[in-house]
Design a protein around this ligand. Sequence first.
Ligand code: NDP
Length: 502
Amino acid sequence: MTSVPVPFDGHALSPETTAFLGQTHRLLINGEWVDGSGDMETRDPATGLALTRFHIGGVAEVDHAVKAARAAFEGPWGRMTVADRTAMLHKLARVMDANATLLTELDIIDNGMPRFIAGLTTANCVEMIDYYAGAVMRIEGTTIAPPRHIAAETEALTYTLREPVGVAAQIVPWNVPLSTAILKLAPALAAGCTVIVKPSEETPLSVLALGQMILDAGLPAGVVNIINGVGAQAGQALAEHPGVDKISFTGSTATGKRIIQAALGNLKKVSLELGGKSPVVVMPDADLSIAIPGVALATFFLQGQNCMAGTRIFAHAAIHDELMEGLAAFAGGMTLGHGLDPATVQGPMISDAHSAKVMGYIDGAKAQGLTLVAGGQKLDRPGNFIQPTIFTGCDNAMPIMREEIFGPVMAVQKIETDDLDAIAALANDTPYGLSGSVWTRDLSTAHRLVKRIRSGHVSINCHGAVGTNIPFGGYGQSGWGREFGQEGLDAYLETKAVTARL
Ligand code: NDP
């Protein structure tokens, strides 16, 4: 029998988070919290209980926010010295650091992620603001030889300027809410852009708390605007708006394609970080003492609601059985529970609908007769907790190996060959190309295989080794462009070439 849910499974929240939940959550437009055109409720996915309500906006609110962002771009933010912009971003990082408990707890209760992950992502967000604050003063052009037809006549000077793209819209999904907002906001602000952020309706809270911190850090009105709302309305309105110069989106490939179509009207610059179905190749000489936990977490980290999850495992026949035994033991030992519980390593699925989608893949694989190595059940308790699940006997043509499940579901295919071209052909047999990993003690094998895998981010003897300064993005239908590092900043800069007759 399903037990009655208890708020936060009986775990305490800090006073600041409790106070935040009691506030009214409006839209942030032009430096002020304003009413939306409706409201919605957000829930704790670990219990299903309501957390609070929040205002949402549509076409009119988006238009208001775009105008505010334009005025700030042409006004105080655009005119600010780079030294002041740097200082202001460092100040924001300090304000966030001082409020780290609030930001961390909001992502735990709104998204369901375990505390150790939420704490890490909050710390990474602070680091990322500092990183891009430091990059502001390193935005540099170059001097270039002037064109022949002018240089032949007179002395001349040719140089480039790096200028902000303008008003940027940033559409953020629910799986790592604060972090995905910051990895878009930080480089945009560093570049000198102004922004409108649309969080997911599933997880609006940490970005709303961030909004107050942005005001407290003293960023001018209109530099950052926050519009919660339904994707098909507020998100679509942002993607279509002629006053938006650039759109950055993280989410599903299907929605990414809709964003491109909506952005056509004024040919916005578009950055997309989309889905993945990343390959994990375990060779016969892999060190299984690191491969077993590493491969397990490649799939199960963030309950598999993770774009870079390694969910297609190509296990060499020589180690297949030992690997399966180790992975089954690891999966069986993972503690599922409320993210506020320090013992929790895996939380719930974000929603009933998403849980049903994930269970559909599990039930489909069972019906297909695939070998269930671990898990396969939804827990009989409030919230949508799905056991870490492993199927072997898969092949690359099956839906479980082809489609992004976005849940704790690992699909394993046994491979007999040592031929690196054949292995890479299997790994590359996917529309996606976001991440991947290779597990072997042989450096030559590792680097030769990495070179053959068509993906934006491949790790050796680890998986998903992302970092603030490391470019991240996809080949194929996993997206356009790169985030993080210098390339993340370049995505918000235009290059202007200037030639002067002297
Ligand atoms: P979506 O791609 O539909 O949503 C992501 C974001 O886009 C949300 O903020 C959403 O708003 C917004 N959005 C939705 N429709 C539009 C639109 N027409 N125009 C502009 N913005 C829009 O993902 P889902 O949440 O529906 O998840 C479905 C699948 O997507 C998952 O199962 C997973 O496979 C994949 N996904 C991948 C992610 C990644 O990191 N690459 C992240 C999230 C999902 P709102 O939520 O308010 O509707």
